[in-house]
Write a protein that binds this ligand. Structure first.
Ligand code: IMP
Length: 196
């Protein structure tokens, strides 16, 4: 099966091909097809946003299209920043701005449990869309730790290893990431429904 992956992020394409490539799935990127367009992520949930993106690319290409949406959900903040993770501190916010706002909003808060969530949506047609979710649980630190990664990695403590995501090698982080879990669930769903 050939899938178009609705991302130009080489890291994501590599991670997806590691998991789905071994099941006879060939990935095609928008760059390889010479395609580029932005899709407005106007949904209120990760699933809605991933589905909007996957459907837009499916309509444009007629191919099965895979898209993801992910972010950080903090319990004490009612699930925020959630779908607004990339623009928590505003539309032009940097990772540093978003991290500072998160720390400010959690000042003096004891319950710091949180999770990264990722939803994968695979659109075969507008009537035939599969979605799967992956999560990883953690705790928000009171200050940054580590230099690796991106986004909220330096504030996200993995309780099992005692390391923040920014203190892990890419391999260590990918092994437990929300994206990987959503992809593994998608692979299992494709297998159990006889599509691969
Ligand atoms: P996207 O849907 O993968 O583009 O992620 C949206 C936003 O969620 C990113 O800009 C980050 O702020 C945050 N985010 C998602 N995944 C991660 C992660 O693995 N580490 C840190 N931040 C993440």
């Amino acid at each position: 099966m050939k899938l178009l992956v609705a991302t130009s992020n080489p890291g994501k394409i590599r991670e997806i091909s590691e998991i789905l490539g071994s099941c006879g799935i060939t990935l095609v990127s928008p760059d390889e097809k010479g395609l580029a367009f932005d899709v407005e992520e106007g949904g209120t949930t990760f699933a809605e946003n991933a589905t909007i993106k996957a459907l837009a690319w499916n309509r444009a290409t007629g191919m099965p299209c895979l898209a993801d949406d992910s972010g950080l959900c903090v319990d004490a903040l009612g699930g925020a920043p959630g779908v607004f993770s990339a623009r928590y501190a505003g539309h032009a916010a940097t990772d540093a701005d978003n991290n500072s706002l998160l720390l400010r909003n959690l000042e003096g808060v004891e319950d710091r449990t949180a999770r990264f969530v990722c939803v994968m949506a695979l659109a075969f047609s507008p009537e035939d869309i599969l979605t799967t979710t992956g999560q990883c649980e953690g705790v928000i630190l009171t200050g940054p730790r580590g230099e690796q990664g991106f986004g909220y990695d330096s504030l996200f403590l993995d309780p099992g290893s005692g390391k923040s995501f920014a203190q892990m090698t890419p391999e260590e982080k990918n092994a437990r990431s929300h994206r990987r879990r959503a992809l593994m669930a998608l692979r299992d769903l494709l297998k159990s429904t006889g599509r691969i």
